[in-house]
Design a protein around this ligand. Structure first.
Ligand code: UGA
Length: 469
């Protein structure tokens, strides 16, 4: 099929490159001429694993980019809207989606055949049919169900694994309203293996997206709440507690041969310093606002957000209880991105933790393998030293706070041993063995560290997935 994709952010460009790699002819549209040139030169304008290789494989034969939306849409069988939907604090800003719909509609005036427009941007339930469809009808002079199809096809891509998630989807949710809207989407996704396909209405498709992210966020806040209460009880470690929870065979089924299946989502059922990123916090906030406007108080999801918002301060208070006043202390923050594998610092808990520590008089040495520059723009230079590496970051510090579970941070116990130093290591991700450093503390660990020695060795296996599904 010939596809025009409006918006070349993470979702739009990954979608375009993946469709192109499956033999579709894709034109990506963006307002930014620099981004367009980069794509036409097969240079990924941002880092996403596997994207660069896909661009090299598909540009220029299967994939090209342009600023000219009208020509791209006129030459396509399907147009996909993949522009941003930021939450401005007073709800989701739909202006980019609406502008894209208006321009697509105008471009379609010049054509006579049936056209399918797919909304891929995350929009709240009812928006595709209630707001986008009328804009498309009015600007194109077409009627949905006659010569225009309008579909909602949410994406479930994780940053850092977006290409893999797109090429090997676990599900494809196809919103639509009439046979052709689903049929054309099935042609689009032909060759993507045999994932479960949910054919449904646009409003259900929209809701699936928000409900999915709300579940992930809720699992994290549930784990953090359990962790917070564990940290008040001597001799309790949340990692052991949650391991015990994971072993419920309804969460990790035991196969006939005795092998246990540990679903990937169990990693959202671990305590830590909170969730961030461009999706989970924004989507949960939007879903809460949406429910409230409809008279549903969304109490559980509000609690999901408030547990998450409180996590950075809890962590800092715990460090202060261990060390006394933080004034004048030197503290290393390891990890600034919201999760490993990305330089994205949007809503990362590392920033509020850093600000709080600075506010209490600490001097910081921060380190992240890729997010250092992004963090510099947020945190500035005052009181913050941007380290050149892990070893440099921990030089002479009184405490180390692990904020992002970058695999290289597992080197920390070895490095501390080499340097013969014993600062407090506060594990905000519970990624180290609790006995691997002299002074260990972490989220969800009972208050008295002398009891730690009495605990048996941690039963948490850091690579616990025996068979991942
Ligand atoms: C999330 C969803 O996982 C995707 O399915 C969805 O498509 C995407 O939002 C979106 O709406 O666009 P992403 O924001 O990339 O993807 O991040 P995740 O990998 O889910 O991480 C979100 C938070 O969960 C992070 O703060 C991370 O620390 C935490 N997390 C992640 C865990 O606690 N455990 C994990 O195994 C992975």
């Amino acid at each position: 099929l010939k596809i025009a994709i409006i918006g070349t952010g993470n979702v739009g460009l990954v979608t375009g490159a993946c469709f192109a790699s499956k033999g579709h002819e894709v034109v990506c549209v963006d307002l930014d001429p620099e981004r367009v040139s980069a794509i036409n030169e097969a240079r990924a304008p941002f880092y996403e694993v596997g994207l660069q290789a896909l661009l090299e494989e598909t540009v220029p034969d299967q994939l090209s980019a342009t600023v000219d939306l009208e020509t791209a849409v006129q030459g396509a069988d399907v147009s996909i809207i993949a522009v941003g939907t930021p939450n401005t604090g007073s709800g989701i800003d739909l202006s980019q989606v609406e502008t894209a719909a208006l321009q697509i509609g105008k471009a379609l005036r010049g054509r006579v055949d049936y056209q399918l427009v797919i909304v891929k941007s995350s929009v709240l339930p009812g928006v595709t049919d209630g707001r986008i469809l009328p804009i498309l009808e009015n600007s194109s002079g077409r009627r949905a169900g006659e010569d225009l199809g309008v579909a909602m096809n949410p994406e479930f891509l994780r940053e850092g694994q977006a290409v893999e998630d797109f090429l090997e989807p676990d599900r494809i949710v196809m919103g639509g309203s009439e046979e052709r809207t689903w049929e054309i989407q099935e042609r689009l996704f032909d060759g993507f293996g045999t994932p479960e396909i949910v054919r449904t209405t646009n409003a259900t498709a929209e809701t699936i997206k928000f409900a999915s992210n709300a579940l992930l966020a809720t699992m994290i806040s549930y784990s953090n709440e359990v962790g917070n209460v564990c940290s008040t009880v001597d001799g309790v470690d949340v990692t052991d507690v949650l391991r015990g929870v994971h072993l419920d065979k309804r969460l990790s089924p035991v196969l006939e041969n005795g092998e246990r299946v540990e679903p990937g989502f169990l990693s959202y059922l671990l305590a830590g310093c909170g969730f961030g990123g461009s999706c989970l916090p924004k989507d949960v906030r939007s879903f809460v606002d949406f429910g409230r406007e409809r008279g549903v108080p969304m109490e559980m999801l509000r609690a999901t957000l408030s547990v998450n918002a409180g996590q950075p301060e809890r962590l800092v208070e715990r460090i202060e209880r261990r060390l006394g006043s933080l004034d004048g202390l030197s503290i290393a923050i390891l990890g600034l991105s919201f999760k490993p594998g990305t330089s994205d610092i949007r809503e990362t808990p590392s920033i509020p933790v850093a600000r709080d520590l600075l506010g209490r008089g600490a001097r910081l040495r921060v380190f992240d393998p890729v997010a250092q520059e992004a963090a510099r723009a947020e945190l500035g230079e005052s009181g913050v030293y941007y380290s050149t590496g892990l070893s440099d970051a921990i030089d002479g510090v009184d405490a180390i706070v692990l904020m992002t579970s970058w695999p290289e941070f597992r080197e920390l116990p070895r490095l501390l041993e080499e340097k013969r130093v014993t600062p407090l290591v506060f594990d905000g991700r519970r990624m180290l063995d609790r006995k691997s450093v002299a002074h260990y503390d972490g989220i969800g660990l009972g208050p008295q560290d002398e009891r730690l020695d009495q605990l048996p060795d941690s039963t948490i296996d850091h690579e616990p997935i025996r068979k991942r599904v």
